[in-house]
Each structure stands twice: as C-alpha cells, then as structure tokens.
Design a protein around this ligand. Structure first.
Ligand SMILES: Cc1cc2nc3c(=O)[nH]c(=O)nc-3n(C[C@H](O)[C@H](O)[C@H](O)COP(=O)(O)OP(=O)(O)OC[C@H]3O[C@@H](n4cnc5c(N)ncnc54)[C@H](O)[C@@H]3O)c2cc1C
Length: 466
C-alpha cells in the first residue's frame, strides 16, 4: 500500500484560489516556463502542474494553507542545482520557487552573523561576507547556481569541508514555515545554545520535507589572512592517498585537499599546466590558509611529505589568479564527465580516509563486471568520493544501476555512507534501507508525519514511496 494519500490535481479552482491569495504574478502556468522547472542537475524529469514564485513569507504560508485545504503537493525549489531530484515534483502539484526571497537582511560584523533569505545565491553569501571583512566557509562547487536555502536543506559541503565543516556548522538559527502554514523560529543568534531539542539541525539536511526555510542566521568567521595552493601529480592513486594520510597525520589541516583519478585527468588533460606521467596518474589539489608566514612554512612541509609519498610534480600557485585557475580546472571535471557519457549516475559516497585507496583500487573489477566506466574525484581530506558511474550505451542502464548498488554495498562494507553531501531525494531513496535500519526509517517517517500530517510537503523524497 502506498504511504502517500491521493493528491488533488491542480484544477482551475485551485489555481484561482492561489492567485487570489498570492496575486496573479506569483503563479506560472505557461507550459514553456513549467518545463524550465522540470529538471535539476540529475537526469530526472518531472514537469510541475503549476509553479508559484514566492515573494514573501506570507506567500509561503498562504500556499501551504491552501495545499492542506485542497490536498495538493508542494515541492520547495531553490537554484535547481541538486543532484538527487529533491526539488522535482515527482507526485505532481506545485513547485514553490524561493528565488524571489533573495535579500541579505543584515550583516552584524561585531557578532559575526549574517541573516539571509533562502533564495540568495550561495556565492553571493560568500562574497558579501568577504566584502564585510569576514568569512563564510562552505564552498559547494555549484555555488554560482545553488541558493543558501538549498544548501541548508541538503547540508551542502565542498572542498573547505575538511577544515571548516559543512553548511550545518554555520547555521545558528532558522525561520521556517511548517507544512500547516505556521511560521517558527529555531536555534539562536549566539555562538551557542542548548535550549530544547535542536530543531535547527533537524531541518538542516531534511531536503525540504519538514518545512520551507524562509530565513537563516549564519555564523561567520574572521577571514583567513592568506591562502596558498598547489597541484601535486602522482604516478598512481595509492601514492596520492599515502600523501593525504601523511599530511593529516603530520598535524596539518589543509583548507582543501581534493583528488582526481586518472580517468578524470584524461578528460581535462589539456587544461592542466603540466604534462602527466603514463600509466594511471592521479592528482591532489591542496590549499592551506592562515597567517602568511605560517602557511609558507606549512606549504614547504606539505611539499616534503607529498614528495616522500611519491609526488612526481609539485606545481605551486604563485598568485590568487593561478589558484583560481586550478579551481576552474577542478570545476570542469563534472561538466566534462556529463558531456562525455551517454548515461551518467552521480554518487557521492564517503569512506574512512584509510579506505579511499582500497575503494578506488576496486573500481576496475566493478567496471569489468558491470560494463561501466567509473570516474572518481572528490574531497580526499574527508573521504568523500564522487563516483560518476557512466556508460556509453543507455540500453545498459539496468546493468549500470546494478553496478551502482554493488558499489554502494562496497562502501557500506568499508564502514562508509552512501551520501556525503548530495542528499537522498528521489535518486537515492531506493538505497536508503541499505544503510538505515527499518526502525530508524520508521522513526523518521513518524517525524515526517508529525510535521506534515497530510503529507503535502515534498512527498516522495528520501523515503521510497511504499
Ligand atoms: C556543478 C555542480 C557542482 C556541485 N557541487 C556540490 C558540492 O561541492 N557540494 C554539495 O554539497 N553539492 C554540490 N552540488 C549539488 C547542489 O549544488 C547542492 O545540493 C545545493 O545545495 C542545492 O541547492 P539549490 O538551491 O540548487 O537547491 P535545489 O536543487 O533547488 O533543491 C535541493 C533540495 O533543497 C530543497 N530546498 C530548496 N530550497 C529550500 C527551502 N528554502 N526550504 C526548504 N527546502 C528547500 C528542495 O526541496 C530539494 O529537496 C553540485 C551541483 C552541481 C550542478
């Protein structure tokens, strides 16, 4: 039996009721525009019956109240850059765009706080903090498209995570509209607070299934005085991972330590400022930040450790522009994989640091068994590996999905987790029970029902439909 009730289709009466409460300009019915909201950065597609563009908290409240009266689903959507289909209306209904809630409400430089609406683009948040002489560390690679509300809903991470943690670590408090339409505040505006259950951390990462986030209190840090970076080329992945282990064990905490496998390097080879050795080379991109004198000394130490682990080339960025060029190359990887493959399944597993090399070493056997090609890159410092499972023959999709499941099983055997930052959405919900016990899933479904008795907010996400 389905866990979801029968939802009302969006009728003329419902559309008129939404227009009457939110204003005609908030409601989109043009098929071409609806089609623009049918996808995200995954390969999934579901066209909404209606799109509502909220301009105020009251709009969000009114829409959710109507959804409970008429029983239609509402799917929150930020920048649509998600990789798991979380913002897609898989059970029909209305997509609620939060992009119009896009004000930076205040930056309090004395208390290191920024208050923002959810539709502010993530990169804008970082730049605003920087302009105020402060630092907002989360740096998901899709930050030019994603919103801060979407980052909170997915607990987005990024290269800086190894040193600074994920979005969750920078959210002190939230305002959010519950599925019934009530506005609540959670958390604090202070550096600490333990009053009652931690609802902020329950909403962060809940993928828009428990509430619509309408305001965020972000924690800011002092801006690091300086940053320096480099690329290290190794002749194989094992040496690169030895370097990662040696750097971390040596007491260094880089602000990024990313890796690319030989397949990714082959796709971006011509963009690199160096030639690559034959065989199966791999690369680390390392950044450190802090006082200039300190990071110069630390970079020398890291170079020595990388050399001892077998680095064959060390290319230091001499300026901020050169550092930006390194990141531009890194950002090209997923786009090139996307262009290269006819079928592309993006997974973002995490394994203990000591298991990265074992996992990457095991990939060729899985490629042979399932007829797939796997491109691996990611955040070596926190064991988060983006496994991009591809095939050039879409007819082999079933095999590719079987290969994906087998790789997730391997991840769990290595004491890892099936998603480090992209979330479950629709794409990974078939795998949820591989990691979570039946009791844990039931408890989470009960929490969902407590927040959303009529199951109108983003149904069909995280939990499999039945
Ligand atoms: C090129 C590229 C690189 C990427 N790199 C990274 C990376 O390094 N790290 C990483 O973590 N992710 C990465 N992603 C994935 C994506 O950018 C993140 O998941 C991001 O947090 C999604 O934000 P969004 O605003 O686009 O959300 P959407 O895709 O619109 O929505 C994502 C989820 O959030 C919910 N949601 C959105 N807004 C709200 C709100 N106001 N209230 C409640 N729920 C809401 C939606 O319902 C959905 O479940 C990348 C994506 C791309 C395309």
């Amino acid at each position: 039996m389905s866990h979801y009730p029968h939802y009302a289709p969006i009728t003329k009466e419902i559309t008129a009721a939404i227009r009457a409460r939110l204003g005609a300009e908030a409601v989109v019915t043009a098929p071409d525009t609806l089609a623009e909201y049918a996808g995200d950065a995954s390969t999934l597609r579901f066209t909404p019956e209606l799109v509502v563009r909220a301009k105020s908290v009251a709009d969000v409240q009114a829409l959710l109240q109507l959804a409970n009266v008429y029983r239609f689903p509402v799917t929150p959507r930020g920048g649509g850059s998600g990789l798991a289909g979380g913002c897609l209306p898989s059970l029909g209904g209305v997509v609620l765009s939060t992009m119009g809630l896009n004000r930076i409400e205040r930056i309090d430089t004395k208390n290191f706080i920024m208050q923002v609406q959810p539709g502010v683009i993530s990169q804008t948040v970082r730049r605003a903090a920087d302009a105020a002489g402060l630092f907002y560390p989360p740096d998901p690679a899709g930050m030019d498209q994603s919103t801060i509300g979407g980052n909170a809903a997915t607990d987005a991470g990024g290269p800086a995570c190894v040193k600074y943690g994920t979005t969750r670590d920078y959210i002190l408090g939230l305002e959010a509209v519950l599925p019934g339409g009530q506005l609540i505040s959670t958390g604090v505006q202070t550096r600490k607070g333990v009053v009652g259950y931690d609802l902020t951390n329950l909403l962060v990462g809940s993928e828009g299934t428990l509430a619509v986030i309408t305001s965020l209190i972000l924690k800011l840090l002092p801006r690091p005085a300086a940053t320096t970076g480099m690329m290290c080329v190794f002749s194989d992945m094992v040496s690169a991972m030895k370097a990662v282990a040696a750097i971390m064990a040596g007491g260094h905490l880089p602000s990024a330590i990313e890796f690319l496998d030989h397949k990714c390097l082959a796709l971006i080879g011509e963009l690199l400022p160096c030639s690559l050795p034959g065989g199966k080379p791999s690369m680390l991109i390392i950044e450190i930040d802090g006082p200039q004198g300190q990071i110069d000394v630390e970079m020398e130490a890291i170079c020595s450790l990388a050399g001892e682990a077998g680095a064959v080339q060390l290319i230091k960025a001499a300026s901020a522009e050169e550092r930006q060029k390194i990141w531009a190359v890194r950002r090209q990887v997923s786009l090139r994989i996307h262009d290269y493959a006819k079928l592309y399944i993006p997974e973002d597993i995490v394994v203990p640091l000591t298991a990265i090399a074992e996992l990457v070493d095991a990939l060729p056997a899985y490629e042979r068994q399932y007829g797939i090609e796997v491109f691996a890159f990611g955040h070596a410092g926190d064991g988060n590996i983006h496994l991009n499972i591809t095939t050039q023959d879409p007819a082999l999709e079933e095999m590719a999905r079987a290969g994906t499941r087998a790789l997730l099983e391997l991840t769990l055997r290595l004491q890892g987790t099936i998603s480090g930052e992209h979330g479950i959405g629709i794409a990974k919900s078939p795998y949820l029970s591989m990691e979570l016990s039946a009791g844990s899933i039931q408890l989470q479904r009960n929490i969902k029902k407590l927040f959303d008795p009529n199951l109108i907010l983003n149904p069909g996400k995280i939990f499999p439909p039945c």
